[in-house]
Design a binder for this molecule. Structure first.
Ligand SMILES: *Cc1c(COP(=O)(O)O)cnc(C)c1O
Length: 380
């Protein structure tokens, strides 16, 4: 099946009891058992729920993976992966991370005796130096939030294999429409389903997909033990959203391309971060591993101070100032004070994330209107 067919059909059958085309919302906490221990695969909804199962199978198919698990949030999905580790283990990760991921690493798991090493992974030629016998997990985002840095997934997968480290890719920005990390050698793919996959800014959810059966069993065990599961109504909404993922992504990419070029030619803008530009540090890698460049863009003004950036954000009318991304509506954000506020300023600046950086999640509105909005907000 091709992608556009999978989003609608993979793992989805009409409901066996009624023939309902849409997967029913199994709003139940428990299931009747004819005799103790004899049941139809469902006992208690923390462990399994039919609405959730359909979504999990669908998302696994989209990432070309054998198994999928959905969680109450993207963060709880990451948390489940970290619970595979033991005190003394090391995680090798990128300097370019979602703020919440950085916070979970440094403010929660560091206290449990797990070490986190942050390195720039855009250049892979000297990456081996950072591995040692304690390196058990490698965690990356590509494109990264918010500066759209690109990491070579296939190249890094090879290094991880050599050092026997688990390799996990947060694929939230690219979505399975643009890139499939499992196919490129990753052990686990993680998603904040909250973003593009659900796509309508009405659900908080996370997901993990893997081809390794033993890993899947451990992750499912962790999930059932700790209970970070989404409710059936949210699973229904994610299933409804995912059916249009391919056509939404197509438009996000088209609009993203248009706006990236508009910003690049604007006299008040000094730099635009978008992997579709040939001069982007890893444009060739992006071209190889992604089918297009997405709708996430960041830019800085020539007047590189915080106030003019805030003025632009306040003047925007169609781009709403808000956390999050990947919905049908365009959003604008200020990473330094919003999504990445939990990263210390010094660390943030070192990673190149300037105070004046503005991040756009380009929606699927008419591109003409979006450009007009940016034009009026930037001024002449
Ligand atoms: C939003 C986000 C997360 C966290 O997901 P939640 O659903 O908000 O818990 C993780 N990684 C990236 C790249 C994100 O954008």
């Amino acid at each position: 099946m091709k992608f556009g067919t999978k989003v609608i059909h993979a793992g989805i059958e009409p409901d066996p009891t009624t023939g309902a085309i849409m997967t029913p919302v199994y709003q139940t906490s428990t299931f009747a058992q004819p005799s103790p221990g004899k049941h139809k695969g469902y006992e208690y909804a923390r462990t399994q729920n039919p609405t959730r199962d359909v979504l999990q199978n669908n998302l696994a198919a989209l990432e070309n993976a054998a198994h999928g698990l959905v969680f109450a949030s993207g963060m709880s999905a990451i948390d489940a992966v970290l619970k595979l580790l033991k005190p003394g283990d090391e995680v090798l990760t990128s300097t370019h991370l979602y703020g919440g991921t950085y916070r979970l690493f440094t403010q929660t798991y560091q206290d449990f005796g797990i070490k986190f090493k942050f390195v720039d992974m855009q250049e892979l030629n000297r990456i081996s130096e950072h591995f040692n016998e304690h390196t058990k997990l490698v965690w990356i985002e590509t494109p990264s939030n918010p500066m759209m840095n690109i990491i070579d997934i296939k190249g890094l997968a090879g290094v991880c294999k050599k050092f026997n480290a688990l390799f996990c890719v947060d694929n939230t920005f690219a979505t399975p429409y643009l890139q499939n990390p499992v196919t490129l050698g990753a052990d686990i793919v993680m998603h904040s389903v909250t973003k593009y996959i659900s796509g309508h800014s009405d659900v908080i959810m996370g997901a993990l997909m893997t081809n390794h059966h033993d890993l899947y069993e451990k992750l499912a065990f962790n999930q059932n033990s700790t209970g970070a599961v989404p409710g059936p109504q949210d699973c229904f909404l994610a299933l409804r959203g995912v059916k249009t993922l391919h056509i939404r992504m197509q438009r996000h990419c088209e609009n993203g391309r248009r706006i990236a070029h508009f910003l690049k030619s604007h006299p008040k803008v000094s730099k635009v971060y978008w992997p579709g530009f040939e001069e982007h540090q890893n444009h060739m890698v992006a071209k190889r591993q992604m089918s297009d460049f997405g709708g996430m863009i960041a830019f800085v003004l020539k007047d590189d101070k915080i106030e003019p950036a805030i003025q632009v954000m306040e003047k925007l009318k169609l781009f709403t100032l808000a956390e999050s991304l990947g919905g049908v509506e365009s959003l604008v954000g200020h990473p330094a004070s919003m999504t990445h506020a939990s990263i210390p300023r010094e660390e943030r600046i070192k990673s190149g994330l300037k105070d004046s950086l503005i991040r756009l999640s380009v929606g699927i509105e008419d591109a003409e209107d979006l450009v007009t909005d940016l034009e009026q907000a930037l001024g002449k």
